[in-house]
Design a protein around this ligand. Structure first.
Ligand SMILES: Cc1cc2nc3c(=O)[nH]c(=O)nc-3n(C[C@H](O)[C@H](O)[C@H](O)COP(=O)(O)O)c2cc1C
Length: 222
């Protein structure tokens, strides 16, 4: 193994919710593309990758987002790269939607008879097993859960190469969506899952990590 367990845990200790980045330090294109690749390669239910990563490098747009993003006051103006993570909504997640058909046929190159069977398994999952059809919003929430796996992977990968990050849910979703729609960034069957900022810390976090004890979060059934 190229990386030791100690090094991996060190990266987990290094990663913290970075409140402000050094605005003078930029992540190289090579490193940022590596982070995007870890997001792109992340697992997704049925392999449908129901996400999109919008990298907002336009400082004017970041300025517009700041008043409606209380959780990113320090991050929006200073992050080397600021990502808005979008997740697909119902219109793109129904079995016969253009997006799902594209994923099965073009991306996964499924033969016709497999498409038919796969689609039925997927429909049964949505309708009967996970009952996403009980509320339109459940489709989007399901996509969000998967998008969070991708950003988790991106933040861990960042920490492993010494890059700081901060996940952000501190924003008014409707207000941010209005701004992004107006800017032409948000269109189609997509909505905002969360945001994540990347860069290099301006200063070290003041305090060590606080976490529940292992026995309080793990239960063994033997
Ligand atoms: C989904 C999610 C949303 C979060 N939103 C914000 C946020 O808006 N602003 C912020 O500064 N930190 C945010 N955080 C960071 C958490 O506060 C932080 O991860 C937690 O307190 C543990 O601290 P640590 O990450 O530094 O170990 C968020 C974390 C997660 C997972």
């Amino acid at each position: 193994m190229a990386v030791t367990k100690e090094q991996i845990l060190e990266a987990y200790q290094f990663r913290h919710a970075c409140k402000a980045f050094d605005p003078a330090k930029k992540i190289s294109d090579e490193d940022f593309n590596f982070l995007l690749e870890t997001g792109r390669l992340s697992p997704s239910s049925f392999g449908f990758e129901p996400w999109k990563f919008v990298v907002v490098q336009n400082m004017e747009l970041r300025e517009r987002l700041k008043p409606v993003s209380w959780g990113a006051q320090g991050q929006l103006p200073t992050a080397s790269h600021f990502v808005i993570v979008l997740a697909r909504t119902k219109g793109d997640l129904l079995p016969d939607s253009a997006f799902i058909q594209h994923m099965m046929r073009e991306v996964h190159q499924m033969p016709e008879e497999v498409v038919g069977r796969f689609q039925e398994i997927y429909r049964n999952f949505q309708d009967n097993e996970f009952k996403l059809n009980e509320h339109d919003r459940l489709f989007f929430e399901w996509a969000c859960r998967q998008a969070y796996i991708a950003i988790g992977n991106m933040m861990t990968a960042a920490a492993l190469i010494g890059i700081d990050s901060c996940p952000v849910e501190g924003f008014d979703r409707a207000a941010v969506e209005e701004i992004l729609t107006d800017a032409g960034v948000l269109k189609g069957n997509l909505s905002i899952a969360c945001m994540v900022a990347f860069g290099y810390r301006a200063e070290d976090p003041g305090r060590p990590k606080s976490r529940q004890a292992m026995e309080d979060v793990v239960e063994w059934v033997r």
